[in-house]
Design a protein around this ligand. Sequence first.
Ligand SMILES: C[S@@+](CC[C@H](N)C(=O)[O-])C[C@H]1O[C@@H](n2cnc3c(N)ncnc32)[C@H](O)[C@@H]1O
Length: 252
Amino acid sequence: MRQGRSKVNLLFTAFWAKQIKNFTATGMLVGLGINKRLNMIRSFKTPFTRPQLGAYHQGVMGYHYRDVMCNKSPIDIALYLHLINAVKPGTFIEIGTKFGGSAMLFRDMARMCGLDTQIVSIDRAPPDSDDRFCGILFVQGDVMTLRQTFSDNDLFDLPRPWILSEDSAHTFAACMAVLGFGAAYLRAGEYLVVEDSVLAELDLADRYDGGPSRAIETYFGDNPGIYEIDKTYCDMFGVNATTNPNGYLRKV
Ligand SMILES: C[S@@+](CC[C@H](N)C(=O)[O-])C[C@H]1O[C@@H](n2cnc3c(N)ncnc32)[C@H](O)[C@@H]1O
């Protein structure tokens, strides 16, 4: 009887010893994985309520600058103005022109800051240019083949520092392509702004295969130390109070 009980005890102890070992090993691995992930990127959540964010987005989509559509939010207009004045870019390169309103706004911001910044706006279907867009170079090109577009149009020689603003297809693949392009060609201290990482909070990310936020998270997870999220901009008006949460990226 005693022998039987001690055998049961032994089995019981061995069982729990194994469970604890497995639990500890798994727990450590999972824990390490989670921590690694958490260390790499913080939440993309904005401080806006969902109804307010929807209304804000509607305003952005209908906004015009000097009578030309310009899909920028008031907070991001303020952030870009601050960024342009701080970086004093030799060249500002926008990917995603639409009607040219944001390119015109960036040109005027640079001029307001007393800068002679070259403005380049790339789109697969650029608008016709006229006097209103004086000083802006519209370039035909696809976000997926930026290297080709830059070399075909001699853009690699444009004055530094650069600010690169991605506002084109918003797909996961497009944003990954721009993050990779910036990693290869931006210099330390230059900026890449990945726009519209708020799409996930607006429940629109599925349309873009996860969109900009998934791309930023994935890129940071796979490539630590290439960019840093510049909280000076992301958090200037509250943590990620921007349509580009975690999207103001400074090349390290
Ligand atoms: C959101 S709009 C740009 C808005 C503009 N930056 C503004 O703030 O007014 C997106 C633009 O990206 C362009 N686009 C979409 N897919 C593209 C691609 N694969 N390569 C280049 N441009 C693309 C579209 O033609 C469209 O003009």
